[in-house]
Design a protein around this ligand. Sequence first.
Ligand SMILES: Cc1cc2nc3c(=O)[nH]c(=O)nc-3n(C[C@H](O)[C@H](O)[C@H](O)COP(=O)(O)OP(=O)(O)OC[C@H]3O[C@@H](n4cnc5c(N)ncnc54)[C@H](O)[C@@H]3O)c2cc1C
Length: 569
Amino acid sequence: MARTEPVGAVSLNAQGVERDELEVDVLLVGAGPAALACAIHLKRLLQAAGKADASLLVLEKAEEVGYHILSGAVMDPRGMRELYPDWREQGCPVEAEVGFDCVDYLRANGKKLRLTGALVPPPLHNKGNWIVSLYRVVRWLKERAEAAGIDVYPGFAGAQVLYEGERVVGVQTRDAGLDKKGEKKPQFQPGMNIKARVTVFGEGTRGNLAKGLIAKLALDQGKNHQLYETGVKEIWRIPEPRGKELLGSVIHTLGEPLGTSGYGGGWIYGLSESRLSIGYVTGLDHPDARLDPHALFTRWKQHPEVARLLEGGEILRYGAKTIPGGGYFAMPRLYGDGFVLVGDTGGFVNMSRLKGIHLAVKSGLLAAETLAEALVRGDTGSQALSGYATRFEGSWAKDELWKVRNFRQAFQSGFFAGMVDAGVQLVTGGRGLIERRRPAADHETTRAVTAARQEKPAFDGKLALDKLTDVYHSGAIHEEDQPAHLVVRDPDICVTRCTQEFGNPCQHFCPAAVYEWPHADAAAARAAGGVVINFSNCVHCKTCDVADPYQIIEWTVPEGGGGPKYIDM
Ligand SMILES: Cc1cc2nc3c(=O)[nH]c(=O)nc-3n(C[C@H](O)[C@H](O)[C@H](O)COP(=O)(O)OP(=O)(O)OC[C@H]3O[C@@H](n4cnc5c(N)ncnc54)[C@H](O)[C@@H]3O)c2cc1C
């Protein structure tokens, strides 16, 4: 019999431990919109095929479903409507229908230039879309999944993929109860081996399991590098008269503070009569070694045209997350022996619209149709599951992503070049000026520290909050006596090459003050053990895993349940 071997890039689980084993028909990792939509639709299809007793299990690393979900969010209802044609009548939670949209170009002189109506670039038209809290939407989906007989286990983090040869046969969950040094504490609970006929990876952006899987099976062979952005978000309570005025408004901003130095921009969404969702997205292919998405977000809030909307208000929540924005050419192969990739894990994001929810749901539906057929036939091999990719190629999701296939890459040639190309793409069906652009990976774009320019804002504790105050508003907390889930594979590089070449950019790019570099010089750094990692602050955005120029930081899962509490994000 083939050996079942756990394979992960970095193993934080104890070795040689006896583990409980659980067998299910379908294991779905991650309770986001992609995996939950997949589970619900698959259950339906299997019931219709007389397989009502098939077992489906969804694993979620957060303590509660939704706690690790962060989005803008303006939802294009197309995906949800396919899952539930009467989604509104069924009670899918929405905050407001989009009533007004515009693009503001924020100028360095504190003023703005507003584009409305026909002047708004077509991808940013939002009439017919809905402002939602994705947290609330996934909790609603979770209730429906459970009502359909699907098991949902929050607090269980998938730590390693289980393989038999190249076939995925399930996932091992993270051990609980190891101390800082990896020794067992009295409450030690080994992770389970969960075996499945097919595993659905719906881990969202830069999944820790998917990263190892994509590398092991070369699922990204011939594909573009995935490109990521970090989105930093806050929810604010604002005075009601202004909240009422902004309810249902979708404002996107370009210009300050990034200007033309890189890809990025801001959003302001009118959530309710007294709440705003605000955020700033920064492309991680920016060359500055001091790139700090939190600092850019803060400077954006300080722009007079943004600050006046927040005046008299207060912060309610904070969070950050990366977005895989590379588009069609960066999507990995979506299937293999015993597995499929859905949602952000499969690269289903339309960056020109800053939208992925409808595509995540659609990917879940397409995967479900293929999985149902495969399970009924009793063949979940690579060939059988390739039907998922075929379905995708014939779907509106492919059409949508094909029309923006060169969008994000074009901005690596500079902001203006990107804007011009994006315009040409609109009239050439997505081709743009070059048939297929091949961008550098984000971590390859960082220039020497001597060229670093970015400034830190002045924090005032009200509008401009420092990282630690913001982290407090994310609710992030981890058991402190456990091995750090942020693993630096070659710590020597931090005190030698990185200090000199890039000035330890982790201390800047992390939006949660996880990484500190309080050392005067390399000798002091070496004596103090190198970079300080405050892993308890981690908000699970994965920026470090993406942006580290040497790719020696590995984001692995902490004990299940640890992390932010993104209520309503
Ligand atoms: C700042 C920002 C703004 C955005 N704005 C919009 C918008 O306005 N409109 C829009 O349509 N889209 C928007 N998006 C994109 C959209 O949120 C995503 O495309 C969508 O959420 C993807 O769904 P998903 O199910 O693939 O992943 P997610 O929603 O990320 O869900 C993945 C789930 O998997 C869990 N998980 C991960 N790894 C593991 C593991 N190893 N074990 C167990 N559980 C695990 C996570 O905790 C999470 O709950 C935005 C994204 C960001 C970051």
